[in-house]
Design a binder for this molecule. Sequence first.
Ligand code: ATP
Length: 364
Amino acid sequence: MAAPPPALPQLDLELRNIRKRYGGYTAVDGVSLQVPKGQFVCLLGPSGCGKTTTLRCVAGLEEPDAGDILIGGREVTRDPPWERDIAMMFQDFALFPHMSVAKQVGFGLEMQKKPRAEIARRVGEVLTAFEIDHLAERRPAQLSGGQKQRVALARAMITEPRILLLDEPIGALDYSLRETVMLELKSLQRRSGISFIWVTHDQNEAFSLGDLVVVMNHARIEQQGKPEEVLSRPRTAFVAGFIQGNNILRGKAAGAEAGLLRVDAPDGLFSVPLRGRPAPPRGSEVSFSVRAERLLESPGPEIGNRLSLRCNVVEYFGAYRRHVLEAKSGALVKYDQFGALPQSVSPGHLVSFGWKTEDGVLHA
Ligand code: ATP
């Protein structure tokens, strides 16, 4: 058998082909991930796709059935949570109800059996840093949601772990608080240099916070990459459909030429760039996506990809205006127009639309 690849010490976290089953159900299936130092990683996906199970395997709260977990280059697959150089923060914050804020925050250091004077000093520093020193003697029931969140975070970060694992950490906060908290957390992550592994089903969180976005579906990773990459080049139809603003068009491969695949779809014949990929066999089912803001209204003759669409609904979101349009085949297509522009398409209008060939993204 070949020797396993050497550990890469510059990685904060490495997952090698992790698998976890519950009875006959596979919750995580062949998940591999490399997290360089000090990264903000968002595990994104629909409910039940295996995000939390993956996080719990990293935390040592679940043992994978197969695969290896390395933290800071050290294999920890079967180590208990407290020997992993990690801390964890849950959605409900899991604060101890009868313990004062100062006690909770110092708890990790007490577990590490640090001297009392050191604990007192570091708790003082962390309470000040998180601007919760005035709450030191309160119990969780006497705190607001945002304050609880700070306490939970201070408690997690005081031991200066290599990795902080966060499971939907702002899901319980009021919508109005979330943006502020997100900005704070992002800047805290940058300053601390600790890698954050953040589980969420909210794509806005994932794309605004993540250095690396990992999209999961049915226990597997569908795509991982920088937010811009995942947004502009969804690898699969699932990713394109999961991310807001994509139109997915389906058809049959009808031959390739000069790096372009011809797709014979119910509403027309379209050209989609292959981007170095081999052309799918003629007649096979394919799909591709075009972002809603990339559609062009009444395109000029230089635009080859075109179809006529009837406008059903227009919704105004401030920054943009979304049109829901219908093709002859009944397929629905979204078109987003910059909100500051005057509205040019209204319900009932039949309008010709198109897109530049380079704006099409072929799916795997
Ligand atoms: P959510 O966003 O809803 O929390 P998730 O992506 O985090 O979803 P997981 O909690 O990882 O999903 O669950 C993945 C699958 O494994 C689900 O179908 C879930 O029902 C199942 N599962 C999780 N924990 C267990 C368990 N202890 N026993 C049996 N099945 C489990």
